[in-house]
Design a protein around this ligand. Structure first.
Ligand code: F6P
Length: 517
């Protein structure tokens, strides 16, 4: 049944309307070593009760069991979505075997001080998680130097090859499908770079992480140089797999293991915590309230930690590739707004970029503030300022500033009495703008793993309630097909398609001519 027709949904909507943000209430949930503060979200006993009824109406318990036990959770591709199996303390044999192979590969490379340089070639889920982990834990420098190459833009591979000694460089090809054009073309350039430098056995300097070892072998990756992924792991969930080989080489296998342990702890919390104390569920509900009832079109991610700059694109792919759907499981158009646009950047930079819009823009957006209670540097005054800014921005969004407060402020600062009433109107802040505050005791592999799993399970819960499949991504295929046709036209290998719109036809002709030189 369509969500909007469910009595439990209508009761949920009604409860939201009776559930303002309660400024005098502290709503904290501790889970897997991190804390989720939901005080800045709509809340009430009625909403809690309506949530329980809504989850029951969506068979949540069965859906969660299916997810965590490797049942079919991705119904349009008839697959499991068993990323939790990659991080459980007692994995199935195939997972355990690949984990051991990876650890042995890294141990050997470390013992021989091999591969001073790593070029990680992958895109989307084969890139963002590794980029995030290496920048989170390698920001202060690592013995091995890592270049990430994702984009098909030739400048990306050009930069990726620059400055590295070809004779001491390992090329990591990360691609679940081993068909992604960007990755294969960039891999080919890296191969040519090794060959041009006179590397005797260039393919020996490649490793592949893929669900298609047969295709990797055909490409030239030697036996023993391929680590397996499986179809039951979605690309955007592959950070828990051997895709993290580059992380292990750059910042150690302990970091990979620590992230897996933190994620596993969040899995256990998600499986067992009662609804009212279940962090992923409550974070999911807050997001549905903001998106589908209060009508916010986007979600801002504000990690108040320089080391988490790659957290934003990681969460963007996780949320928008999972929840950017407008057809429900039955194949019918959805009846409520689903997946918000996700955007952001670390604070305090964000305060000097778009917080004006968050405070005084017409719409604003809910914000996920993420902060570490303890820093890993030696300047406490810097951390004090960071914490103060994080809390202050969140309080300003919550409380706002009334006209009376703004007027008093203007007068106190010497604005002439005849001008102050006018100027004060420009300084009013609406307030009542929702936010989460997620507090990590400090940034460790464990807490980062727990944080990422928190978002994964939040996305899953939202998919269940919205009645959409969060594990497929049919929307990424169409553009790739069109790109193939336009590519052939640009290369002069095909006539310009008469079905192009006028603008596309114009630029295909123009760029085709300029490419001919
Ligand atoms: O963006 C589409 C997508 O399939 C992502 O889901 C995936 O993470 C990325 O492309 C890369 O895919 P692959 O790992 O197969 O190269």
């Amino acid at each position: 049944m369509a969500l909007a027709e469910l009595p439990e949904w209508n009761a949920f909507e009604a409860a939201v309307k009776e559930s303002p943000i309660q400024f005098d209430q502290l709503r904290l949930i501790s889970a897997a070593g991190i804390e989720l503060d939901l005080s800045g979200q709509s809340g009430s006993l009625a909403l809690t009760q309506a949530t329980e009824s809504l989850l029951a109406a969506r068979n949540f318990d069965d859906m969660r069991t299916r997810l965590l036990c490797g049942g079919v959770a991705n119904i349009t591709e008839d697959r499991a979505a068993w990323h939790t199996a990659l991080r459980t303390p007692a994995p199935v044999d195939v997972v355990s075997a690949e984990r051991q192979r990876l650890n042995e590969f890294v141990r050997l490379a470390d013992s021989e001080r091999r591969w001073r340089n790593i070029i990680h070639i992958g895109i989307g889920g084969s890139d963002w998680g590794v980029r995030l982990a290496v920048s989170a834990f390698g920001y202060a420098g690592t013995w091995r130097r890592v270049h990430f190459v994702a984009n098909i833009d030739g400048h990306a591979i050009q930069g990726g090859l620059a400055g590295f000694d070809p004779h001491d460089t390992l090329i990591v090809l990360a691609s679940k499908s081993f068909t992604t054009a960007e990755t294969l073309q960039n891999g080919q350039r890296a191969l040519e770079w090794l060959q041009a430098a006179g590397v005797e056995h260039p393919y020996e300097q490649f490793v592949a992480i893929t669900a298609r070892p047969d295709v990797a072998k055909a490409w030239g990756v030697p036996d023993g140089h391929t680590f397996k992924l499986w179809d039951w792991v979605g690309g955007r969930f592959s950070i828990w797999s051997a895709v993290s080989l580059t992380t292990a080489l750059a910042v150690s296998t302990d970091v990979v293991a620590g992230m897996q342990a933190g994620a596993a702890a969040m899995d256990a919390h998600f499986a067992q915590a009662p609804i009212a104390q279940n962090a992923p569920i409550q974070m999911a509900i807050a997001g549905i309230v903001n998106r589908s009832v209060l009508g916010y079109g986007s979600l801002n991610i504000a990690p108040y930690d320089f080391r988490l700059s790659n957290l934003v694109p990681y969460i963007q792919q996780l949320e928008m590739e999972s929840l950017g759907k407008s057809v429900d499981l039955a194949g019918d158009p959805v009846t409520v707004a689903t997946g918000p646009a996700v955007w952001g950047m670390p604070g305090t930079d964000a305060q000097h970029t778009f917080f004006q819009w968050l405070h005084q823009g017409i719409d604003g957006a809910p914000v996920d503030f993420i902060v570490c209670e303890h820093a890993d540097h030696g300047w406490p005054e810097h951390h004090q300022s960071l914490l103060a800014n994080c809390l202050a921005q969140r309080e300003a969004l919550l409380k706002g500033k009334t006209y009376e407060q703004a007027l008093a402020e203007c007068l106190a600062s010497g604005v002439p009495e005849d001008k102050a009433p006018w100027l004060a109107k420009h300084r009013v802040h609406a307030g009542g703008r929702p936010s989460n505050l997620i507090v990590l005791p400090r940034l460790s592999p464990y807490t980062l793993g727990a944080l990422l799993a928190l978002y994964e399970h939040k996305v899953f819960v939202q998919g269940v309630i919205w009645g959409i499949n969060p594990f497929d991504q049919w929307g990424v295929e169409y553009g790739k097909v069109l790109a193939k046709g336009i590519g052939a036209e640009l290369a002069g290998q095909a006539k310009i398609d008469p079905d192009h719109d006028a603008s596309t036809a114009h630029w295909v002709a123009r760029f085709g001519a300029s490419l001919k030189g």
